[in-house]
Design a protein around this ligand. Structure first.
Ligand code: SAM
Ligand code: SF4
Ligand code: SF4
Length: 335
């Protein structure tokens, strides 16, 4: 049952936020001034249960979703996440089951995640410099612990590991080359991400964005690179290969070269709201339908209606006016 939105885009990719909580306070995502003791995170009973997540995922896979990514907040904080992974693994047609994590709990959990059926992980790491990294995560978490988590993931077979680095001008742009160098020859794939105006709390300014084109130029001056083809249609990262055979890296150009035209992602928040764009201001409440006894056919009709009405192309129309919209936070909607 092919499903297309108003711009002819299929749904291929589902990102599921399993919690809005996190043990980091990355300044670009959950700044401490907002996400402090007074902040009201979702109460437990408001979170989708694993059964509810599985049910929604099955419908999406029926509509053509092949890739599911668990995220958050910090997904490894959700108790029993291995059980959810094992349940999702049983869905026929789901090709790729992955998870994005800050790496803090990975050393402890990598083997169990792999045993439950997770295919790969993406680990966020914004700098190899201790002072820079700790200033960015804002909770004193060390680089060494994250690197240990990456090694544990690779040892458990959750590879190739992808490493997400959000680049912020004047904050960690001097970490681009060290990160590139560290992960050359490892088989892991670094992705340099343009700092985005997600949510409404991170004080985003265009001046803070280092264009991905500049990142590629910087790397190319030290280790020549050439473009590599996308692995699949709708791949978000632009791939670059080191000419000397040391591997590849990617850039995610959401700000300077938007890719809405091929965006095939749906996002499910931890409390069961369905969003069709990272920059949305409102979502569709699936939990209410599930908990009022919706049948599979009703759930299918609801999801079909939402996707078929989809018009999102925020990054293509971003302007000073849109930056100030009351968009939902990344920690809530899931990165
Ligand atoms: N806590 C996990 C982590 O940090 O990997 C998963 C959730 S996090 C929201 C997912 C990804 O979004 C991370 O790689 C993070 O660096 C990225 N991210 C968060 N805020 C961002 C922003 N304002 N611009 C670009 N990327 C951002
Ligand atoms: Fe937490 Fe990830 Fe957001 Fe950092 S980017 S605050 S680790 S959810
Ligand atoms: Fe997709 Fe929205 Fe990002 Fe465009 S702005 S690529 S529609 S998530």
């Amino acid at each position: 049952m092919a499903l297309l939105d108003t711009m002819g885009r299929p749904v291929r990719d589902l990102r599921i936020s399993v919690t809005d909580r996190c043990n980091f306070r990355c300044t670009y995502c959950m700044p401490k001034e907002i996400f402090n003791r007074d902040y009201e995170f979702l109460a437990r009973e408001l979170l989708l249960s694993f059964e509810e997540i599985e049910r929604i995922t099955r419908v999406f896979v029926g509509f053509g979703v092949e890739k599911v990514r668990l995220t958050g907040g910090e997904p490894l904080l959700r108790r029993g996440i291995e059980e959810l992974i094992a349940n999702l693994r049983t869905i026929d047609g789901l090709r790729d089951l992955t998870l994005t994590t800050n790496g803090s709990l990975l050393s402890r959990k990598a083997e169990d995640l792999a045993a439950a059926g997770l295919d790969r992980v993406t680990v966020s790491l914004d700098s190899l410099d201790e002072a820079t990294f700790q200033a960015m995560n804002d909770v004193g978490f060390t680089v060494a612990e994250v690197l240990g988590g990456i090694d544990a993931a690779a040892a458990a077979g959750l590879d190739p590991v992808k490493i997400n680095m959000v680049v912020k001008r004047g904050v960690n742009d001097d970490s681009i080359l060290p990160i590139a160098e560290y992960f050359r020859h490892t088989g892991h794939i670094v992705r340099f991400i343009e700092f985005m105006d997600v949510g409404a709390t991170n004080g985003w300014r265009l001046d803070d964005v280092v264009p991905a084109g500049d990142v590629v130029k910087m790397v190319n001056e030290v280790w020549p690179v050439e473009p590599a083809d996308a692995n699949y249609e709708g791949e978000v990262a632009q791939r670059w290969r080191y000419v000397d055979g040391a591997g590849e890296f990617g850039v995610i150009t959401s700000v300077t070269q938007p890719f809405c035209g091929s965006c095939s992602r749906a996002r499910l928040s931890a409390e069961g709201k369905l969003f069709t764009c990272l920059f949305a201001t409102a979502g569709t409440d699936l939990r209410a339908s599930l908990r009022s006894g919706a049948s599979d056919a009703e759930l299918e009709a609801l999801l079909r209606g939402v996707w078929e009405a989809r018009t999102d192309r925020y990054s293509e129309v971003r302007s000073e006016a849109t930056v100030d919209l009351p968009k939902v936070e990344m920690s809530y909607i899931g990165g």
